[in-house]
Design a protein around this ligand. Structure first.
Ligand code: GLN
Length: 552
């Protein structure tokens, strides 16, 4: 008999930001553990074709897949929980769906028929889901629909769910992640908003199979009964999902309510045995760590509050956490505003710089444009001269090269042409093949994107960390180290320990361990490949250096 494909849709009720992504990821993890081939998709209701053109304060992090797709940060959660590499088929937006339909229509793909919003848009959604399932050879596809039910924007996606459910009633499960506010001193959980969310789903012709009750505290028996009754579900189809210390605890919590078994039954699949020991031990290690390692992230997307920040740098944060957990440390992460280190912005900038001595390590993550750049470079100079472990990611490498050129290689006024086109020493310059894109404003999906190989130089920090000759890492940039200045930078002690195989692009720059305990920058984004149970080698090496500093 032909194996039937299974679909799990995850939608949100009451409000956004209550953990649909982590729910979808955790369900995926639980089912993968049972031996099923699982893949996960994100549907974003916005009209942008991908996430690449959006500002991080607007949208959060842009996650880059190995094949170069620029997408939503939830894709990073799926990759981290499922420990897999996803593809561009795993992501769609309203914009990308309409674009496909319009292109098909222009190519006579509808054979002269009238093309309408319904059914053609939902049908295209379904065909994209099936394409992802095929591409990933999945038994089960988890599809998270962005936004909240009841919103105008995701109604066509719900229509697709309805169409699939009618066609394949035994192969589709709909999970509603809903929020229960806790009120009063007793923290009583209120079920009414969720009842309304279910009604909104009903009006789209759908009913949830499972409700995840997201709340501050666990669901008590009474509230579980009430929710089940008013939402016409059995009690064991209501899953308690209280706030947790670490997101990696979520799959363990779901299993307390036998979620894996329940979903498999609903999909008419065998509830195979599962072994969660490795994950359980990992979570235990996180919770038991007491010794701290203190890391500062110097960035520039500030003035928007910590919440926005942790959204904009989620993969960096997770990668630092994975490495801290690997070294059995508790992570203290501090956001440091680049403008605090700028002479023109604050009178106390030298005192602020001195406070960096309190940190065990400093990270400068990726970024674009000129704001905060002078502050970042002052901070880099300070940590370089004071031997504080430094890890620069993309812009963090480029600005470290600029700082080094100015202050060590005597190239006064050196800069990246992204910030100063007239600089006398353009040590970071736009890549040759990018000039046309910029001139023609072809800015969507045209950076150097996705996974490329790099060859490592033996005897360097990078080589020691990876312990291999060739690596593959993901990129997202238009600028690069200008080849004209490489010899000069090398003479002054900068080591280019990773290069593209043709030797033309500088992928990793570092200083010798004899000069500095850990000073390294990457043109790529290593954070995108860090996984909870496999800390990224460079993050692990950086945190190791930070732990050594913290002992002193
Ligand atoms: N703005 C730089 C570039 O385009 C760095 C990009 C980044 O940090 N992702 O090359």
């Amino acid at each position: 008999m032909k194996k039937k494909h299974k679909y799990i849709f995850v939608v949100g009720g009451v409000m956004s930001g209550v953990g649909k992504g982590i729910t979808a990821s955790s369900i995926g993890y639980i089912l993968k553990l049972r031996g099923y081939l699982v893949t996960a998709m994100k549907i974003d209701p916005y009209v942008n074709v991908d996430a690449g053109t959006m500002n991080p304060t607007e949208h959060g992090e842009v996650f880059v897949l190995a094949d170069g797709m620029e997408c939503d940060q939830d894709m990073g959660n799926y990759e981290r929980f499922l420990d897999c590499n996803l593809t561009r088929t795993n992501y769609m937006t309203t914009g990308s769906v309409y674009l496909s339909v319009i292109n098909k229509e222009r190519n006579l793909g509808y054979k002269g028929k009238f093309v309408s919003v319904v059914p053609h848009i939902p049908l295209e959604v379904i065909s994209k889901i099936d394409a992802a399932m095929k591409e990933n050879k999945a038994d089960i596809t988890i599809i998270e629909i962005g936004g909240t039910v009841g919103e105008y924007e995701n109604i066509l996606f719900l229509e697709a769910v309805k169409m699939l459910k009618i066609r394949h009633p035994e192969d589709v499960v709909l999970v509603l992640v809903s929020f229960l506010p806790a009120v009063g001193a007793s923290n009583e959980l209120k079920t009414k908003p969720t009842q309304h969310a279910v009604r909104a789903l009903n009006s789209a012709g759908l009913h949830p199979d499972i409700i995840i009750a997201r709340a501050k505290v666990p669901l008590d028996k009474k509230r579980r009964e009430k929710l089940a009754f008013h939402c016409s579900l059995r009690e064991n189809d209501v899953v308690s999902a209280p706030d947790v210390e670490t997101i990696y605890e979520v799959p363990l919590n779901f299993e307390k309510d036998k979620m894996g078994e329940n979903i498999l039954k609903k999909l008419h699949l065998r509830p195979k045995q599962q072994e969660m020991e490795e994950w359980r031990n990992f979570v235990k290690r996180i919770k038991e760590a007491t010794r701290e390692v203190k890391i500062g992230i110097v960035g520039k997307y500030f003035g928007t509050g910590d919440f926005t920040l942790s959204d904009a740098y989620i993969s960096v944060i997770e990668a630092v956490k994975h490495a801290a957990y690997f070294h059995k440390r508790k992570l203290e992460l501090v956001w440091l505003d680049a403008e605090d280190y700028e002479e023109t912005k604050t009178e106390t900038y030298t005192e602020n710089l001195k406070k960096l001595l309190d940190y065990d390590g400093i990270v400068v993550p990726g970024g674009f444009g000129s704001r905060g750049v002078d502050g970042i470079m002052n901070a880099i100079q300070f940590v370089r001269e004071n031997k504080i472990p430094y890890f620069g990611l993309c812009y963090g490498l480029q600005l470290a090269v600029v700082e080094f050129a100015r202050n060590k290689a005597h190239l006064k006024g050196a800069h990246t042409t992204e910030v100063n086109k007239e600089t006398k020493f353009p040590v970071i310059d736009v890549m040759e093949n990018q000039k046309k894109n910029i001139a023609e404003s072809q800015l969507g999906g045209t950076m150097r994107l996705g996974s490329y190989p790099a060859v490592l130089l033996k005897g360097t920090i990078a080589y020691e960390a990876y312990n291999t000759d060739t690596i593959f890492e993901r990129h997202r940039h238009r600028y690069e180290v200008n080849p004209v200045y490489i010899d000069k930078l090398k003479e002054e002690g900068m080591i280019f320990s990773g290069k593209s195989p043709d030797g033309k692009l500088m992928e990793i720059a570092e200083l010798s361990k004899e000069i500095h305990p850990f000073f390294l920058g990457t043109q790529f984004h290593p954070e995108l490949q860090s996984r909870p149970l496999h800390s990224h080698p460079l993050f692990a090496a950086f945190i190791k250096a930070a732990c050594e500093r913290s002992k002193k």
